[in-house]
Design a protein around this ligand. Sequence first.
Ligand code: NAI
Ligand code: MG
Length: 498
Amino acid sequence: MTKDKREIARRPDKAPMATAWDYAPAPEARDIVKVEERYGLFIGGTFVEPASGERYTTIDPAREEPLAEVAQAGKADVDRAVRAARDAFANGWSNLRPSERAKYLFRIARLLQERSREFAVLESLNGGKPIRESRDVDIPLAAAHFFYYAGWADKLEYAFPNRKPRPVGVAGQIIPWNFPLLMLAWKIAPALAAGNTVVLKPAETTPLSALLFCDVLRQAELPPGVVNIVTGDGRTGAELVSHQGVDKIAFTGSTEVGKAIQRTLAGTGKRLTLELGGKAANIIFDDAPLDQAVEGIVNGIYFNQGHVCCAGSRLLVQESIYETVIAKLKRRMATLRVGDPLDKNTDVGAINSKQQLEKISALVQSGIDEGAQIYQPPCKLPERGYWFVPTVFTNVAQSYRIAQEEIFGPVLSVLTFRTPDEAIEKANNTPYGLSAGVWTEKGSRILAMAKGLRAGVVWANTYNRFDPASPFGGYKESGFGREGGRHGLEPYVVLEDA
Ligand code: NAI
Ligand code: MG
């Protein structure tokens, strides 16, 4: 540690001292994307006024400024959207030649690439995530998902050998606010590839990229009604879930709402996949490449402000390297730049909403109250907007709320272990089971750990890495069903004997 850094660490409440290495502002131009004053609902290939007559304002969480007026779809609106999807299903989409369906998906993928800067800026404006992440992760991965499933559209018989796959029908899809366009792609691409039609509800705080996506659908000349977008809050989602005309529900969001949806659908025969929360263990063994591991820890928990269901929010460090890892981690945390999401140098952007900021603050307070030790690097936050300083807790007991509950913010809880068995036991000691990370030089240990960890995804010597060809999903309270890969097609096909 340099002398300056030690000085800063001793004065954590003070703003960092200006150094010769400060970054100059590097803002991305926001006028590349045109935000309308108000939006309707995208039903049957056009924007229509909501029958509910209700609207709300969607904001920029980094500035607390309004961006647009968005429709709050009611029962009649959801009904109209489901009917449009049903008509489109019956009138051609479901029996279109698969290679023709693929062409539309390829077009959508290419258009997303062409308009990627627009989408990246909009995603950061409406959601608060750093432009570096929306530009380099969210938008390219969204396009990659459409490319990937475009490839499957005319090869479904090979995905399911000796079976005859046919589409399920109308899919109702409800997505969260942490990866708005990417979650849209995860949901829509496999559904369309398999010949289904869609009614999708974006999250209430981040509707704008889904609404811009409607313009991509227009450019791609997708037949009207194949994709319908209805905006609104949980009430709109609940209408979609209980609508008789929907054959399948796909949901990503909180475990609480996932359970409620499962109760509503019990006995209806509707299909359901749930991708819910997580409390993943990121496990560091003493033979791991430590500097690389520290990068993985930082990426695991501070990526996207920690608004990540598979975030590595519980760090499990082998006892013998504990001091070293924590010292390296604190030093690295002090270099994270928190601030304007549209600045290309920003590492940690704005918290998505006031509500989420309150949840994070309350859980962090519980950690302090229960006796954990908090560390936050010195950090000057903007005056307006929703922010939370990257945080790490040490002296954490497994029973603390910060070790058990999903915080969904930039907050890491550190635990220690001695043996691989103890690491597995502690890692699995959670109601969730979405993901885990293992850092070690030994290949055999990676395999043994992956076998013992009850998690849908286990990353080895990396973290938060995604690929459309790789299935993603959870165990236990993290949900069921898989998205991505060939597995991701399964929920969208009925398999008949060939
Ligand atoms: P949420 O589960 O309420 O929202 C997710 C989506 O579900 C949104 O589109 C919302 O409008 C919709 N929704 C809400 N109530 C519904 C209902 N009764 N029926 C149908 N749809 C409904 O999540 P929220 O309140 O935004 O976040 C709370 C916590 O949930 C977060 O702090 C985080 O821990 C967790 N979460 C997990 C996510 C994940 O990726 N697994 C994503 C978002 C939140
Ligand atoms: Mg909620």
